[in-house]
Design a protein around this ligand. Structure first.
Ligand code: UDX
Length: 439
């Protein structure tokens, strides 16, 4: 098939490369000329394992290229995926749909023949119906433009695998057995034939699957972090608690690691946008619990600052603190809504002299927070530190020898927010070790 992908950020660039891998001819479109130039040189605008190679592979096979032109995308594709970002509105909980709507308007005026639009962006329920109206109003092809919704569930650092072998495919249509359904079944034929579960539904349900999934994942994380608060008050160990709880298949083994909570470009903004939409729909009570989910999540960050104060034993003003981790999770350079950098900023505001290390996200962190100190070696970063905070659980930190590190710091004092360091070896090496949710 000839497929265009509108918006080549995390979602779009990955999707474009993966559609080429499935054998389609793909044109990725993005309004950012710098991003498009880089993509045409096989450089994604972010780090994702294997993605640059996959883009390079299909630039070479001729199945993939990138453009800044809506007219080219409209001319090229019979199926257009929308991967435009829907960030949180500044000063509001709702999703900001201005970029998505602007892209839709600019694409629509070039659509002169029958085609299918498949939305992938995470949107408030009802958006697909609204976008359908815009296409029918602005596109020269009018009703021959059919809108479908096909939410994306990819996790950063697993983006290619999650796209090529997802847990499920969700396809939403206004009408069953439509041209749109045939096109999407065709686009995903290799996945459907491989037995990936397929859920075909209406537009609103398809939109909701994504928001509901992210609300559930966020709730699971905040649940175990709420248990960590209780553990901290009782001397219990939340990591052992989680281990015991998740053996029950009804609870499930994944996505309930206690720690500093969730960040990133999806979960925080998606639960807020979901609450805002529920408010508009008059069902705000149904999602009141998400306020607590959000509050528990941000409370972990202030708890770390409180622990830092206790552990340091005096005012944080002038305290030399090293932070391990800047990315919102390991194996990515993404710092959006990073809990680690939020804590770094809180400590900086409290007067501490903060030095941050991260294996991959330092460039992004430096650009966003130029007033923090950075070091690209985890041990060097601790030189003269009075307190070490382990805030993003990179494997690199497991390789650092606490015995040797002790000689570098001013005080051997560590707080492990993610609970992945080995308390026994740090204590044996003479460190004062504390962790979130652990005695
Ligand atoms: C998430 C969803 O998983 C994905 O389905 C959706 O499409 C986009 O949002 P992502 O943000 O890439 O994906 O990361 P994920 O691995 O889900 O982690 C999100 C955050 O939760 C990270 O900050 C991570 O550190 C934290 N987390 C995750 C926990 O604190 N505990 C866990 O058990 C899992």
């Amino acid at each position: 098939m000839h497929i265009s992908v509108i918006g080549c950020g995390y979602l779009g660039a990955t999707h474009a490369a993966c559609m080429a891998e499935l054998g389609h001819h793909v044109l990725g479109m993005d309004a950012d000329a710098g991003r498009v130039a880089a993509l045409n040189q096989a450089q994604a605008p972010f780090f994702e394992r294997g993605l640059d190679d996959l883009i390079a592979k299909h630039l070479a096979t001729g199945k993939l290229r990138f453009t800044t032109s809506y007219a080219d995308a409209a001319e090229f594709g019979d199926l257009h995926f929308l991967g435009v970002g829907t960030p949180q509105k500044p000063g509001d909980m709702a999703a900001d749909l201005t970029h998505l709507e602007a892209a839709v308007r600019r694409l629509a005026v070039h659509l002169t023949r029958a085609c299918v639009i498949a939305g992938k962006s995470t949107v408030p329920v009802g958006t697909a119906a609204r976008l359908t109206e815009i296409f029918h109003e602005l596109a020269p092809a009018r009703d021959a433009v059919e809108v479908a919704w096909n939410p994306e569930f990819l996790r950063e650092s697993h983006a290619i695998a999650d796209t090529l072998s997802p847990d499920r495919l969700v396809l939403g249509f206004e009408d069953r057995h439509s041209f749109a359904e045939a096109a999407l079944r065709n686009a995903y034929a290799p996945l459907i034939n491989a037995g990936i579960p397929l859920i075909v539904t209406d537009l609103a349900t398809a939109e909701l699957v994504k928001t509901a999934a992210n609300a559930f994942l966020a709730t699971k994380i905040s649940f175990i972090n709420a248990m960590a608060e209780v553990c901290e008050a009782t001397g219990a160990d939340v990591h052992q608690l989680a281990d015991a709880l998740t053996r029950d298949p009804r609870i499930g083994a994944l996505g309930m690691r206690p720690g500093l909570g969730f960040g990133g470009g999806c979960l925080p903004k998606d639960i807020r946008a979901f609450m805002a939409r529920a408010d508009e729909l008059g069902v705000d009570q149904a999602l009141t619990f998400l306020r607590e989910v959000d509050a528990i999540n941000t409370r972990r960050r202030s708890r770390i600052v409180q622990l830092a104060r206790e552990q340091h034993g005096s005012t944080l003003s002038g305290a030399r603190i090293t932070i391990w981790g800047a990315a919102f999770k390991p194996r990515t350079d993404d710092i959006r809504e990073s809990p680690a950098l939020d804590v770094a900023n809180l400590l900086h505001e409290a007067g501490a002299v903060v030095t941050v290390h991260d294996p991959m996200a330092l460039d992004n962190a430096r650009k966003a927070f130029p007033y923090l100190n950075y070091d690209d070696d985890p041990a060097d970063a601790t030189e003269g530190a009075e307190l070490l905070l382990h805030l993003t659980e990179w494997d690199d930190y497991l390789d650092v020898d606490p015995e040797r590190l002790r000689a570098r710091v001013a005080r051997p004092s560590v707080i492990d927010a993610r609970g992945t360091l080995d308390p026994a070896s740090w204590r044996r090496a003479g460190w004062t070790y504390r962790a979130l949710g652990r005695p």
